[in-house]
Design a protein around this ligand. Structure first.
Ligand code: NDP
Ligand code: X2W
Length: 345
């Protein structure tokens, strides 16, 4: 199957290119960008020398649609909302790594993303690509809104206990931390070396664009309106997200019962690993891989459950989950091309 990556010169795009190189059924046949057309991809990314030989092209929707079966869009927020519908109308399946189609309510876009929404018909038609939770819908989808990096870690950690009805859904606090690659390759003051090195910063507190995304899915799963407290931090490391989450338990479950619940919830899911009691996951334990690792403990003194969920933001939080969704859409084994061990140390 021929696939293309729009935004292939960015971090999400180059991670797609890395994973596609291991994929037996998908062939990368075009890489597109905004400002770098005409260059060889190896000029932009010399580590691909002798492995991926591609010239970077500018977007030509007609040509792309004629020669490709599926297109990944790894473009900044607000770009895919205009491009994806043109491709879908030509019968091309698409997977969008940006947030342009994740929210169902168009009115949320000006407030949280500071741009106009995609057309309402497309917002309603989009399938949210949280692979483990929406597998059946993904299998039938024409296009996928791939989840945000923080929402992937937070939702996989929260959904089993919320669905079981064991927590008070009005008490969710998500303390989230990300490596700097989460902000993409483009230069910015916030991600400048001397601003991030030996520093720990809170950012977008109360205004982060992933708040409505997480609330939309939790409300849907919990069948009542859920509001969260969400605090994002930038950590001086390249890859990785950790969400440490606190929720009030409404039943006296032990840590063992909660861990058993998570094991049975994710028993068919190759990419979600639950730590035993007393063991907590670390970002390095999923580095470069598509795993989401989760640790749990009931703090008996306060009645609160602590959930720790880690992912690699560029893999399970972006390109890896996008490939997982491509596999589901094509009825291929979900792990195809994703059987890479975490890089450790
Ligand atoms: N980084 C991460 O961990 C995650 C990112 N995402 C989302 O994925 C998307 C890509 O992020 P990321 O890779 O980090 O971003 P980068 O800034 O690293 O890359 C953006 C890419 O988009 C291209 N681009 C920019 N504008 C246009 C345009 N108008 N038309 C076509 N291509 C364009 C850029 O091309 P050029 O090089 O020419 O400028 C570049 O290839 C974003 O929406 C982001 O929110 C989602 C989950 C995690
Ligand atoms: C560290 C860092 O800056 N991370 C980004 C992640 C953005 C992202 O990938 O989200 P969307 O796809 O929803 O735009 C942020 O917090 O905004």
């Amino acid at each position: 199957m021929k696939v293309a990556v729009i935004g292939g010169t960015g971090y999400g795009g180059v991670e797609l290119i890395r994973l596609l190189a291991h994929h037996p059924h998908a062939e990368l046949s075009a890489v597109l960008s905004h400002t770098q057309s005409g260059k060889d991809l190896v000029e932009v990314y010399p580590h691909l020398t002798g492995i991926v030989e591609q010239t970077v092209h500018a977007l030509d929707v007609e040509q792309l649609a004629e020669t490709h079966d599926l297109v990944f869009l790894a473009t900044p927020s607000g770009v895919s909302k205009d491009i994806l519908p043109q491709l879908v109308e030509k019968g091309i399946r698409c997977i969008d790594l940006a947030g342009d189609f994740r929210l169902k309510d168009p009115q949320l876009y000006p407030q949280w993303y500071h741009h106009e929404p995609a057309s309402d018909a497309y917002l309603q038609k989009a399938v949210y690509g949280l692979s483990e939770i929406y597998r059946e819908e993904i299998a039938q989808a024409q296009f996928i809104a791939n989840p945000g990096c923080y929402p992937t870690a937070a939702l996989l950690g929260l959904i089993p206990i919320l669905k079981a009805g064991w927590i008070d859904p009005h008490t969710v606090i998500i303390d989230a931390k990300s490596g700097v690659s989460g902000a993409g390759r483009k230069q910015s003051l916030a991600t400048h070396f001397s601003e991030t090195n030996e520093n720990l910063k809170v950012y977008k507190l109360g205004v982060h664009q992933h708040i409505p995304e997480i609330e939309q899915i939790l409300s849907n799963v919990g069948q009542q309106e859920v509001k969260i407290t969400f605090a994002t931090h930038l950590v001086p490391m390249t890859r990785g997200i950790m969400c440490t989450m606190y929720v009030q338990l409404n039943e006296g479950k032990t840590t063992k019962e909660i861990i058993d619940l998570y094991h049975s919830f994710y028993e068919r899911d190759a990419f979600v690993r639950i730590r035993p009691e007393g063991v907590w996951p670390a970002t390095k334990e999923v580095y470069g891989s598509n795993y989401c690792d989760i640790g749990l403990a009931h703090d008996q003194r306060t009645g609160r459950l602590v959930i720790v969920s880690v992912i690699d933001n560029l893999v399970k939080g972006a390109a890896g989950q996008a490939i997982q969704n491509m596999n589901i859409m094509n009825n291929w084994d979900e792990t195809t091309g994703l059987n890479v061990l975490p890089v450790y140390p």
